[in-house]
Every structure is written in structure tokens, then in C-alpha cells.
Design a protein around this ligand. Sequence first.
Ligand code: NAD
Length: 298
Amino acid sequence: MQSIAFIGLGNMGGGMAANQVKAGRTVRAFDLSDRALAKASDAGCMACSSAAEAVKGADAVITMLPAGKHVLSVYEHDILPMAAAGTLLVDCSTIDVDSARKAASLAQAAGKGFRTADAPVSGGTAAADGGTLAFMVGCDPTDFADVETALDPMSRVTIHAGDSGAGQAAKICNNMLLGISMIGTCEAFALAERLGLSAERFFEISSQSSGQNWSMTSYCPVEGVGPASPADRNFEGGFATDMMLKDLRLAKEAAMTSGAVTPMGGHAEALYAMLSEQGLGHKDFSSIIELLSKGTVK
Ligand code: NAD
């Protein structure tokens, strides 16, 4: 796999495309933003004048775009008409499951033998820059080896989740659980504080008891407790509240269309929306502890 078209060179896509270049691949890049395109060019990508231009002659097309509507639009207007028959199309954006399946069916309907995968990522911009993202992939099992090869320079681990849409399903289920577990962890620390129990002692006890979970032991929301985390740097960097909110909204939408009952996911979404409305959407999602410990949330 020598030539990759990369569309969407933002906070995530910029670093991901640069890692494709470092792996010795020709990267034909496009972004609507001139700034993003110039940065990708500095990293060794070939700047193209449009998405349609970028996909010409590429072995694989990777997209890293904001939402389902952007992915569908680029597929319909640029990729499907212009990519060569049989090209591997991998969408790494986080989008709704229905749009992911629609992108795959549009590709199939194009009648050019395209192979498609939805491959959203876990890991933020540091993992994108470092080539250590985790990919969860929805694709035909016979295409998985080629998807893995395409993603390899950007990946720490790549897991086949199932057929088309399964990667997005895994992503939103995981992040819904993460949002809920973070709020639960923050609530427990806030209650411990009110009860006069030190955060250090509570961490020591709970991290070895049945309340133990990733939000506590790997990403503790309390400054100076547990391994280094965004709480130690005033919640700057990390995984933005607005990103978590986006994923919780996707989970809610998926629950509504599939008939799943997710009351805790709904509560988590409402709490993160409250934080975002206070102008704190750019802060790490563990900053929800500030809202909870101040007691301003009922
Ligand atoms: P971003 O907004 O920084 O980048 C998106 C880029 O897409 C922008 O540069 C924009 O100009 C470009 N774009 C939009 N429409 C386009 C079009 N039609 N053609 C070409 N380019 C177009 O967003 P990001 O942080 O890089 O996130 C990208 C995706 O990755 C999102 O779906 C997001 O949910 C997901 N994600 C982000 C993170 C994170 O920490 N930032 C982590 C995991 C997953």
C-alpha cells in the first residue's frame, strides 16, 4: 500500500497523515482549511486542490472529518465518482452508526468494487501525533487485513469489531460507559470530601476495592492523586468535554433508533451539556468534578 489519500487534516488528521508520510507512503492530502493543508504539506504530504483530486490513483482513502454529514458529502461528491475501482475506503471519523452504514452502502451501490471500513479511534491528539491510536473497525472480515495495513503507521492496536457500522457502535458504547464512569467517580470523590475523607485515602481504598475503574486509576479527576492526568494541569488538554458531549449525543441517537434503554447515558449527556453551556467545553471531561464538588448540580 504505497499511496494514501487523506481527507480532513485537523487536530487528529494532521498528525495521522504525517505518520503515513513517516512510514514512507505517498500521502495525497486535502482539507478545506488552507492552514491545515499547509501544515500537512510541511509534514511531507502532497497538497491537493480538492478531495476529488486527492483520491486519484490512491490505493486507500482515509477520511478524518467532523461528522456524518461531512463524510457522506465527501463520499458522494468526490470519493465515489473519482476513486479507482477496488480502492479501500476507510473512514476514521467518529460519526453516527446510520451514516457509517449509509457510506458503505453508497460505496457498494457505486458498482466499482470499493471495499469500505468504519474505523473510529480511541486516543486524542497526542496518540494521533505519536501513531499510537486504537482503531475499532467495522468491515467485511475478508477486508480486515488490508484495513490493518492501511492503518498500521497510525496504530497501537486495531481490532475488528464486526461488519459495517460495528466500529462506530463500539466507539459510542465505550465512550458512553466512559462518560458515565467518570461522573460516578467524580461524585464519589465529591461525597468523600463532604464526609471529611481525604481524596488520597479514598483513592487508595477504592482503587483496590469494587469501585475501581479506569476513570479513577488511570485518569483520576483529582489533582495530585493517582498517575498524572489532566486534573494536574487545570484540565487543559486531554479529551474535551465537547468531544465527550458529541459522543454521548451519538449514543443517545443510537439508543433512540435501536430501542435501547440508556438512562445513565442520558443523565451523563445532560451533565456534560451543562458544563459546556458554562463555557467549559474545551476543558478535559474530568473537569465535571468541579461542577459536582461545588454542589451546583442537582
Ligand atoms: P477538527 O475539526 O480539528 O478537524 C476536522 C477537519 O476536517 C478540519 O480541518 C476541517 O477543515 C476538515 N473538513 C471539514 N469538512 C471537510 C471537507 N468537506 N473536505 C475536507 N476537509 C474537511 O476535528 P478533529 O479533532 O481532528 O476530529 C476529527 C474526527 O475525529 C471527529 O469525528 C472527532 O469526533 C474524532 N475524534 C477526535 C478526537 C480528539 O481528541 N480531537 C479523539 C477521537 C476522535
